[in-house]
Design a protein around this ligand. Structure first.
Ligand SMILES: *[C@@H]1O[C@H](CO)[C@@H](O)[C@H](O)[C@H]1NC(C)=O
Ligand SMILES: *[C@@H]1O[C@H](CO)[C@@H](O)[C@H](O)[C@H]1NC(C)=O
Ligand SMILES: *[C@@H]1O[C@H](CO)[C@@H](O)[C@H](O)[C@H]1NC(C)=O
Ligand SMILES: *[C@@H]1O[C@H](CO)[C@@H](O)[C@H](O)[C@H]1NC(C)=O
Ligand SMILES: *[C@@H]1O[C@H](CO)[C@@H](O)[C@H](O)[C@H]1NC(C)=O
Ligand SMILES: *[C@@H]1O[C@H](CO)[C@@H](O)[C@H](O)[C@H]1NC(C)=O
Ligand SMILES: *[C@@H]1O[C@H](CO)[C@@H](O)[C@H](O)[C@H]1NC(C)=O
Length: 562
């Protein structure tokens, strides 16, 4: 760069001067403008120059810039009443404001740690911003008039607060700064070059060195490499992330069979997905889906089934419950969606019934008995009856919605339960002819054993049952009463709380459950009410014969279907 042959040949001649490529200078371009380091060791630094001439109507500001920061003040030209030109870095890109009004914004980031040549011109009423020789932005402006006596602030303003508006003090290096070809030198070269007067230099260092950035930034055995104002970590195989801070837990195969490993903040979770198929003997028409669930997730897949181009998906989107159904072929294809309007991702149990109205063939979504949303008509669930159609609970193959975290109560399609237990786990196999059969093994239940997680503090005893499908480790506990299981949301971890059950508020054999500042009575099937004080007349003929499905979770809504 500094041995231009033309220049070499003219060396020594008094008639010629070399035009040096920037940032070089001197008779044979052997000298380089000294870069200035701003903000080293996080110090607030700035410089001030004094304009001692009148640059007239054309203003050209240019400099080499090197930074890794997203923001920071570069330069301000000010007279006694106005900061009429401001340059700063915002979102890693250069931004300029002329006369407190018009702004120019570069399309290209400059915060990559390399030097960039930046040029701003204001000629008459046109202002243009360049990076190298490329135009980044151009706008019409009111002409600016720089005058002798105006000040140029570089890297920051003396007042810390004012700098904050521009993303704070600049951190990085500036080199070969010029206004209209007159230099603003932080560390002047010996060569006498036309320069503006340096008024002040605060915490600005000579050169463009960088600290050693490898003071233990890499975790988990990552190896650090220091680069200018930055570092990189070479991570061992089982970790990832900028600081090797993310362990690829799932690569360590921590989850039992039948569950799916998912990375979580600082850890992982084994999520269950249950897999079902029809036993091939379902003959009645399937015209509804009934499910109860409890989750705090705004998006998640609850149920998914697919066969060929047909699919059924029930999922949470923006905290709303949505059913999507696609059936048919060619011109007969029906795609329909039905969505409830109220948010249900609130950690409270909800029961949804999605059913086809026989007259209109429209699908109706009814959540908690009081919301009715209708779809267009058409579609059917017959493909679920076919042997080999996979039905999943808790996720699978809806890419936009993640896997489900929370609790699922009973799920029924056309009145047939998707059971949480396989026949082999029952004392008697199920005698029903029409069935959905669970395909994956019992392993899926194990991570649902709540008490393994020791959620209770203060010597509280945990009563976790695997009767309720629990798909992550949030604190949904289930209390067993003699005849049924009831679920509660967010049972406190026995944290400081008054035990309301001491006063025995439940009548008729109801089991009292203490909550924070409240209690709940779990009534037997013959009673209801806050204190189980109300007699309920229910036909219990089936109850005696139901031993073999005793693990099926029972809710208020479906306890009668037993
Ligand atoms: C300061 O600059 C602005 C904008 O160029 C100009 O309108 C104003 O008259 C100047 N003030 C002084 C005191 O020079
Ligand atoms: C990751 O691998 C490193 C080296 O192979 C090992 O020291 C470290 O314990 C592993 N971390 C985990 C979480 O397994
Ligand atoms: C998981 O399943 C695979 C294949 O079905 C089997 O080989 C393996 O032993 C199982 N692992 C455990 C921990 O049960
Ligand atoms: C489990 O799910 C609940 C509800 O979706 C969520 O709030 C919680 O963060 C999840 N827990 C973990 C450990 O991911
Ligand atoms: C589908 O509709 C188009 C246009 O309405 C018709 O030309 C075509 O024959 C139809 N195809 C079938 C398979 O019905
Ligand atoms: C828990 O029980 C142990 C043994 O009975 C006792 O020493 C301890 O103080 C108890 N802790 C609390 C928080 O009650
Ligand atoms: C409920 O009432 C019926 C009929 O009165 C009785 O047979 C049954 O034992 C009662 N169930 C419970 C759980 O008390």
């Amino acid at each position: 760069r500094n041995n231009d042959p033309l220049c070499d040949s003219l060396r020594g001649s008094k008639d010629h001067e070399c035009e040096c490529p920037r940032p070089y200078e001197g008779h044979n371009c052997a000298e380089e403008y000294v870069p200035a380091r701003f903000g080293n060791k996080d110090l607030d630094s700035h410089a001030v120059f004094y304009l001692d001439d009148d640059p007239r109507d054309t203003l050209v500001v240019s400099m080499f810039l090197r930074t890794r920061r997203l923001g920071g003040l570069l330069l301000i030209l000010a007279n006694s009443t106005s900061q009429y030109l401001r340059l700063w870095v915002e979102e890693g890109r250069v931004k300029v404001q002329v006369n407190n009004h018009e702004t120019l914004f570069s399309q290209k980031a400059v915060n990559d740690g390399h030097f960039h040549l930046l040029t701003l011109t204001v000629r008459g009423i046109t202002s243009t911003l360049f990076q190298s020789s490329q135009v980044m932005d151009s706008v019409s402006v009111k002409p600016v008039h720089a005058h002798s006596g105006d000040l140029v602030f570089i890297g920051g303003l003396p007042d810390q607060k004012s700098s904050a508006e521009f993303g704070g003090f600049f951190q990085g290096c500036l080199q070969d700064l010029r206004i209209n070809n007159k230099k603003l030198q932080f560390y002047p070269l010996d060569t006498s070059v036309k320069s503006y007067r340096l008024e002040k230099l605060v915490n600005v260092e000579r050169g463009c060195s960088s600290d050693d950035n490898c003071v233990s930034p890499c975790l988990n055995g990552g190896v650090c490499h220091s680069t200018w104002d930055d570092f990189t970590c070479t991570c061992p195989l089982n970790t990832t992330g900028r600081r090797c801070d993310k362990v690829k837990w799932c690569d360590l195969n921590p989850c039992p069979n039948g569950t799916i490993c998912e990375l979580r903040l600082e850890g992982f979770e084994c999520n269950s997905i249950l897999h079902y198929q029809s036993n091939g003997k379902i003959s009645h028409s399937l015209a509804d889906v009934l499910l109860s669930f409890c989750s705090g997730q705004p998006t998640a897949t609850l149920l998914f089934a697919q066969r060929g181009s047909a699919h059924l998906a029930v999922f949470l989107r923006d905290s709303r419950l949505v059913m999507e159904l696609k059936t048919g072929h060619g011109n007969g294809t029906v795609v329909l969606t039905v969505q409830n309007e109220r948010a249900v991702s609130d950690g409270v149990w909800h029961t949804a019934k999605i059913s086809m109205e026989s007259k209109s063939s429209r699908w109706i979504m009814d959540v908690d008995g009081d919301q009715r949303e209708r779809s267009i008509s058409g579609g059917n669930l017959d493909f679920l009856k076919e042997e080999g159609t996979d039905i999943f609970l808790g996720g699978k193959n809806r890419e936009s919605e993640g896997k489900f975290s929370g609790c699922l109560g009973s799920v029924e399609i056309g009145g047939l339960l998707l059971p949480f237990l396989q026949d082999t786990e029952l004392n008697l196999p199920r005698p029903q002819k029409e069935q959905f059969v669970k395909v994956n093994s019992d392993d899926v239940q194990r991570p649902c054993s709540l008490c393994q997680l020791r959620p209770c503090h203060n010597n509280g005893s945990c009563t976790g049952r695997r009767s309720m499908l629990r798909l992550n480790s949030s604190l949904y506990l289930h209390i067993e009463s003699p005849h049924k299981f009831v679920s509660f949301r967010n049972v406190p971890r026995c944290e400081t709380d008054v035990d309301e059950c001491v006063s025995e508020p439940c009548m008729n054999g109801g089991v009292c459950v203490n909550h924070v500042n409240s209690f709940q009575c779990v009534c037997d099937l013959n009673h209801s009410g806050v204190h189980c004080q109300v007699d309920v007349k229910i036909n219990l003929t089936c109850w005696k014969n139901c031993n073999h499905i005793r693990f099926i979770p029972i809710h208020k809504q479906n306890s009668l279907t037993l």
